[in-house]
Design a protein around this ligand. Structure first.
Ligand SMILES: [Zn+2]
Length: 90
């Protein structure tokens, strides 16, 4: 079996040019997005409360609200990459 037949074609994420692996003609860009990893801000006056159940409720709420971390992989041809890396969010 020819492994080249099984591999799906790779296209530049900007100009959609087909990219051929092994020719050094593209960049693989891995983007990892993380939800705010900072612990929640706690008000000291809240410590008088039944914080155990409140923390449980807070954790449940955060799990509901916080998006999952996401990893996206894109390919960029040598023509598109220099412009993209200058302004990756545009
Ligand atoms: Zn391109």
């Amino acid at each position: 079996m020819d492994p080249d037949e099984a591999a799906p074609p790779i296209h530049c994420a900007r100009c959609v040019t087909e990219l051929i692996p092994g020719r050094g003609e593209f960049y693989v860009v891995e983007i990892e997005a993380k939800a705010d990893p900072t612990p929640p801000i706690l008000d000291p006056s809240d410590l008088k409360r039944d914080y155990k159940s409140e923390i449980n409720a807070l954790v449940a709420e955060l799990e509901h609200l916080a998006p999952q971390n996401q990893r996206v992989t894109i390919h960029l041809c040598m023509s598109c990459y220099p412009a993209w890396i200058e302004k990756p969010a545009s």
